[in-house]
Design a protein around this ligand. Structure first.
Ligand SMILES: Cc1cc2nc3c(=O)[nH]c(=O)nc-3n(C[C@H](O)[C@H](O)[C@H](O)COP(=O)(O)O)c2cc1C
Length: 236
C-alpha cells in the first residue's frame, strides 16, 4: 500500500496540522510506503482556464511545472492524505491551486443535471481515482470545528461525492505550539493514532471513532484561558 501525504501548510514541517497527520500515520503498519510532498516548495501555477485538457490535449495540462510530477504521484498512490490549515473557512491558496489543476482528471461537463449527492460532480477521466482513498486532515484556530468547517466540507462533498472521503478536523490547532495542555494534546493524538490503525486496516473509520476524534482537545473555557494568555504575551 502506498500513501501520499500532501502537506499544504505554508509552514512546512512546522505545521500544526502535520502533528495530527503524523499521529494518524503512526497507526499505519511499517510495511506501508509513505511519501510526503511539501506543497509550499513546489512550483504549482494557477490553472489558466484554457480547457485544453478537456479538448486538444486529452487530459494533459499545458502548463509545465511541478504539477506533472505530482499528478503521477497521485495516480500511483492508494491513499492520498491532504493535510492543511483552514484559511478563511476554506483551503489555503496553494492547495486550491493544486485542486484547480486536478481538472484534467475529469471529463468535460456536458450540461447534465443529477440530484445524486454521492457521486463526483464531474465524471472522472481517470477512473483509477475511484479505487483510491482520500483523507482530508485539517486544523483550525477556532475553539470548535463544527462552526468553521461547513464550507470546506461542502466543497469536498461536491468534488468527491458525499461520503467518498474521510475528514479529520482538528479545532484549537494552536495548542500544538503551546507549552500548556500537554496531557490533553497527547490524549487527543493517541486517539488519532488509533484512528490511523483502524483506517489502515479497514480503509474507513467507524462512526464511534469519528465521534471520538471530533471532540475538541480542551473545553471552551480552558482553551480561552490559554489562548488569551498567549496573545496578551505576544502583543507585549
Ligand atoms: C490566513 C489565515 C487564515 C485563517 N483562517 C482561519 C479560519 O477561517 N478559521 C479558523 O478557525 N482558523 C483560521 N486560521 C488559523 C489556522 O487554521 C490555524 O492556526 C491552523 O492550526 C494552522 O495550521 P498549520 O500550522 O498546519 O498551518 C487562519 C490562519 C491564517 C494564517
Amino acid at each position: 500500500m502506498k500513501v501520499l501525504v500532501i502537506n499544504g501548510s505554508p509552514k512546512g514541517e512546522k505545521s500544526n496540522t502535520m502533528n495530527v497527520t503524523r499521529a494518524f500515520l503512526s497507526g499505519f503498519p511499517e510495511s506501508v510506503g509513505i511519501e510526503t510532498v511539501e506543497l509550499h516548495k513546489l512550483d504549482i501555477k494557477p490553472c489558466l482556464g484554457c480547457y485544453s485538457c478537456w479538448g486538444k490535449t486529452n487530459g494533459r495540462c499545458v502548463i509545465n511545472d511541478d504539477m506533472q510530477a505530482l499528478r503521477e504521484k497521485i495516480l500511483s498512490a492508494d491513499i492520498i492524505i491532504e493535510s492543511f490549515p483552514l484559511y478563511f473557512f476554506g483551503m489555503p491558496s496553494k492547495v486550491k491551486a493544486m485542486t484547480d489543476r486536478c481538472l484534467p482528471f475529469m471529463l468535460p461537463y456536458l450540461g447534465g443535471f443529477s440530484e445524486n449527492r454521492n457521486i463526483c460532480f464531474h465524471e472522472l477521466r481517470e477512473k483509477i481515482l475511484l479505487n483510491k482513498k482520500l483523507v482530508v486532515i485539517s486544523s483550525c484556530g477556532y475553539v470548535d470545528a463544527n462552526a468553521v468547517y461547513p464550507a470546506l466540507l461542502r466543497q469536498y462533498d461536491l468534488i468527491c461525492g458525499e461520503g467518498k472521503y474521510t475528514a479529520i478536523l482538528c479545532a484549537q490547532g494552536e495548542l500544538f505550539i503551546s507549552e500548556n495542555a500537554k496531557r490533553q494534546r497527547d490524549g487527543y493524538l493517541s486517539d488519532i493514532k488509533k484512528a490511523g490503525e483502524e483506517f489502515a486496516e479497514k480503509l474507513s473509520l467507524s462512526e464511534e471513532t469519528k465521534k471520538r476524534i471530533s471532540k475538541p482537545i480542551l473545553s471552551p473555557k480552558g482553551f480561552e484561558t490559554i489562548t488569551s494568555a498567549h496573545w496578551e504575551h505576544q502583543m507585549k
